[in-house]
Design a protein around this ligand. Structure first.
Ligand SMILES: [Zn+2]
Length: 124
């Protein structure tokens, strides 16, 4: 088990996290692009489409759009995290300056906040 005390990532770990972020950036870009190509407007006046399946189609489009927005938001965080690498501030919480910790960064390399600040933000 990882100790609850966050330790500063080593250089090797930082390299690993930077690669993770770059991979994630590529995956998110591909996913958003692919999803945009699927996002065709729902044909509302197609007689062959029943009412129920039309509602299904609209709901599905809404879900895809919500998903896409979440991916865009995550991509923006990935970019912000990569910028912090350039400034050598990666791995420090943007709110309190505490070390975020390798285990958390490995799970979500785009994390900008430590666990305490993140949960405080989510409660708001
Ligand atoms: Zn913090």
């Amino acid at each position: 088990m990882a100790s609850p005390q966050a330790t500063e990532p080593t250089d090797v770990e930082r390299d690993e996290l930077q690669r993770d972020l770059e991979t994630l950036r590529g995956e998110l870009r591909d996913a958003i692009e692919g999803s945009e190509q699927d996002a065709r407007p729902v044909e509302l006046d197609q007689p062959a489409v029943g009412r129920v399946s039309r509602i299904d189609a609209i709901q599905q489009q809404k879900m895809l759009e919500a998903n896409r927005n979440a991916q865009r938001a995550r991509l923006a965080q990935v970019h912000a995290a990569l910028d912090r690498f350039a400034e050598d501030e990666y791995g420090d919480c943007v709110a309190c300056g505490e070390t975020i910790g390798f285990a958390r960064l490995k799970a979500r390399p785009e994390s900008l906040y430590c666990i305490a600040c993140q949960s405080a933000r989510e409660k708001r």
